[in-house]
Design a protein around this ligand. Structure first.
Ligand SMILES: [Cu+2]
Length: 739
């Protein structure tokens, strides 16, 4: 079921009908989101087909009084007269870093099993204060080697006003926003404040949060769950259980936000992010290579172990709750994570032969944000009262009709006449972007792409439009505003159109067309998120000369030629998956699924083991899209890989994908061949589509790193969390080719 936003010219009667239909659908959505009914129940009741379509049952439907509940049209989001580019874009809200002694109780290697009372809404009794699965298998791996030195703490919480906004830059570098005034939870000053349960974010506030960390300084992120204990208190969508995935963290699985290792309201989960270079325990172990290094806090370098070619920069972290990721991320469970290194230290002045001196700032030894700006792009939709809304009956992919940057609708951002780095994240549910920069005359301007996903490219690539950017992909770019005049306005423009003329809908399965700049700016696209979405206003000359650089060589790829390929595996991504498991907790219903090594297409079961590479080896994985009607941005957790071929040939891999990656867009009918290593850590990880609608329904599988001995005995028991404690069960299934 695709999304149709009815044009403003639609008759009032039809708009009223559509609004009524949306409300009726919302009732079913609520029942489903509360867990009072499962997708499996709905199929049994005949409300839902296996392919995920809501069927027309009229009066037979216990939740819907009106057969028009499956009407495909929904009204456009009301904008209350708000004009584009009429509010400043807030910079990210930086989470404070603290010494570890701040945390009470103190963190520990194994989950803290101290009992606390459990809310009656969650069954009452007592349960552990930490939701992490207990025991040695889920203990922080190599905890004594990588003892956390600092911590950050945040609480997932209903929306509230932000009275502690800390962008870590002066107001002049934040388009004049005064952080002391308090930021209400709203997407624009002209739009209504969001109700507490319409938006659930880190600390309940906007803007989105940023964590800054550096190599060689392990970080403990304590995530509290402050969401309502009553599952019905969710504003119509969103689940109060969460699991936090540090996207492409090279960590042990216990810190990876495994989809089945979720935790409950009033619990916390200690995520240990050791922040080590891949190869930490096998390459440059004596830390003698100065290129493998991190800022020491006083202008120098501290060497770290591992392969410096694996240095990472731009991550994000977000919810990974099984079957509910799309709702929870959309509702606000998304943050960014900048990792600093000797190469990419966030100081543009230090000239030590290692520092690449990318645009950032000079005041601090590392992590200057003055000219290093995180941008989180996401499309949203609002109900008639202006509250955030979501449709979980859309199984193709939910797309919204209001474009937001850093959770602000169509904002402006003031810039100085100098170079800026922008770390662009696609945090949508199902929408792809294709970003270009337009000057006031609508002419495309040059952009230099320096990174793809978490990784700086081997060489910067100069472009007039970026590639299509799939969900969860990050593109770091540099824009040089020194070539523009004071008073100039430029715009970031989205060229990727999801409008499908064949059935007159916004199609969430893939972008349908890449428009030219002229077409995108013409205002004629039926897709409301095409066109200008962020305005740059050139307001000042820089107070200090711009000493930043974009060197011709950034980070060359690691050399894998000497590492044998232990195994090849093939994963086919498609529709009409079978669910061969009846596990009530660990399995989900399709229609999306993954076929492994020639086996049938299966819907997700986090109790099923689909692949188990041996610890310390390298493999080649073939990802295959079995259809032309959809695109899947596939995320493989754990260690970044290299794309060896698209559709069979390296020549099909653009230069912007020649570095390391963690999301691999399949493109319609496309294939990607990649190579990955399985080093340093073990446990259970995931591979899934990052169109989170596809992921939740149920294009996801579990794989494990098998060390051939304790604690990573293969297969690992599956955790089954409850508020009163996590139990373990044997895997539901082990695919014959897994081990
Ligand atoms: Cu997909």
């Amino acid at each position: 079921m695709s999304c149709i936003y009815l044009p403003w010219s639609t008759s009032r009667a039809r708009q009223r009908g559509a609004e009524r239909a949306r409300q009726n659908r919302a009732e079913i959505v609520r029942e489903l989101s509360w867990g009072r009914v499962s997708r499996r129940d709905l199929i049994k009741m005949g409300l839902f087909t296996g392919a995920g379509m809501l069927v027309r049952v009229g009066g037979l439907n216990p939740f819907v009084a009106d057969a028009s509940a499956d009407t495909a049209g929904v009204p456009r989001s009301p904008l209350f007269g708000v004009q584009p580019f009429s509010q400043p874009m807030p910079r990210f809200d930086v989470l404070q870093r603290y010494p570890l002694s701040r945390l009470t109780p103190s963190p520990q290697a194994e989950a803290n099993e101290t009992l606390i009372p459990v809310d009656q809404a969650l069954g009452g009794g007592y349960g552990p204060c930490e939701g992490r699965p207990p025991g040695p298998v889920w203990a922080h791996q190599r905890y004594s080697d990588c003892k956390p030195r600092i911590c950050c703490e945040a609480t997932q919480a209903p929306a509230t006003t932000n009275f502690s906004y800390n962008p870590q830059v002066a107001s002049s570098l934040n388009s004049g926003i005064d952080p002391t005034q308090g930021l209400p939870p709203r997407f624009h000053p002209g739009l209504p404040n969001q109700n507490a349960n319409s938006v659930w974010t880190f600390n309940g506030t906007i803007p989105p949060k940023l964590v800054q960390a550096r190599y060689g300084e392990p970080l403990l992120f304590r995530h509290h769950n402050g969401l309502p204990a009553d599952v019905r208190q969710n504003g119509g969508f969103g689940r109060h259980t969460i699991s936090t995935h540090e996207h492409n963290g090279h960590h042990g699985a216990e810190n990876d936000g495994f989809t089945g290792a979720f935790f409950f309201p009033n619990q916390f989960y200690d995520y240990h992010w050791p922040i080590v270079l891949a190869g930490h325990y096998s390459v440059n172990t004596a830390a003698t290579d100065r290129m493998a290094s991190s800022p020491d806090g006083s202008g120098g370098l501290m060497n770290v172990a591992g392969d410096w070619h694996e240095t990472m920069s731009t991550h994000w972290f977000h919810d990974h709750m099984f079957s509910f990721t799309s709702q929870n991320v959309y509702k606000g469970n998304a943050a960014m994570f900048n990792i600093y290194s000797g190469l990419d230290r966030g100081n543009e002045e230090i000239d030590d032969g290692v520092n690449l001196r990318l645009p950032s700032g000079t005041a601090k030894d590392w992590g200057n944000l003055d000219y290093d700006v995180n941008l989180m792009l996401a499309d949203k939709a609002f109900d008639r009262d202006g509250q955030l809304t979501f449709d979980i009956f859309n199984f193709d992919g939910f797309v919204g009709d209001v474009m937001t940057v850093n959770l602000a609708a169509n904002p402006f951002f003031e810039v100085e006449r100098r170079k800026y780095r922008f770390r662009i994240l696609n945090a949508s549910v199902a929408r792809f972007f294709k970003v270009a920069l337009a000057n006031a005359s609508g002419v495309a301007q040059p952009i230099v792409q320096i990174a793809n996903d978490g990784n700086l490219l081997p060489n910067p690539v100069r472009l007039f439009e970026l590639d299509e950017q799939g969900i969860a992909e990050r593109y770091d770019i540099v824009i040089d505003f020194s070539q523009y005049a004071l008073g100039d306005k430029l715009h970031l423009v989205n060229l990727a159109e999801h409008w499908d003329p064949e059935n007159g809908t916004l199609n969430g399965k893939k972008p349908i067309a890449d428009l030219t700049m002229a077409a995108a700016l013409s205002g004629t696209s039926p897709d409301p998120c095409v066109g200008r979405f962020l305005e740059f206003r050139v307001v000042r000359n820089p107070a200090r000369p711009d000493v930043s650089r974009v060197p011709a060589t950034l980070i060359p790829n690691p050399d894998l030629t000497g590492i044998p390929v232990a195994r090849e595996r093939t994963f086919v991504f498609g529709r009409d998956a079978a669910q061969t498991s009846s596990d009530p907790i660990a399995s989900a219903i399709g229609p999306w699924g993954i076929g492994t090594d020639g086996g049938i297409m299966k819907a997700a079961d986090f109790g099923r083991l689909s692949a188990a590479p041996r610890f310390g080896t390298r493999e080649i994985w073939h990802l295959v899209n079995d259809g032309a009607g959809w695109d899947h941005p596939i995320h493989i957790h754990f260690e970044e890989g290299q794309i060896l071929a698209r559709n069979g040939s390296l020549s099909n891999v653009p230069f912007t994908e020649r570095g390391r990656k963690d999301v691999y867009r399949l493109r319609p009918k496309g294939t990607v061949t990649l190579t990955m290593q399985f080093r340093d850590w073990g446990g259970m990880f995931m591979e899934h589509c990052h169109n989170t609608t596809h992921e939740d329904n149920a294009m996801l599988l579990r794989w494990e790193i098998n060390q051939g001995g304790e604690p990573f005995l293969s297969p690992l028991p599956t955790p089954i969390p409850t508020p009163q404690g996590v139990r373990f069960q044997s895997p539901d299934e082990i695919l014959p080719t897994a081990l």
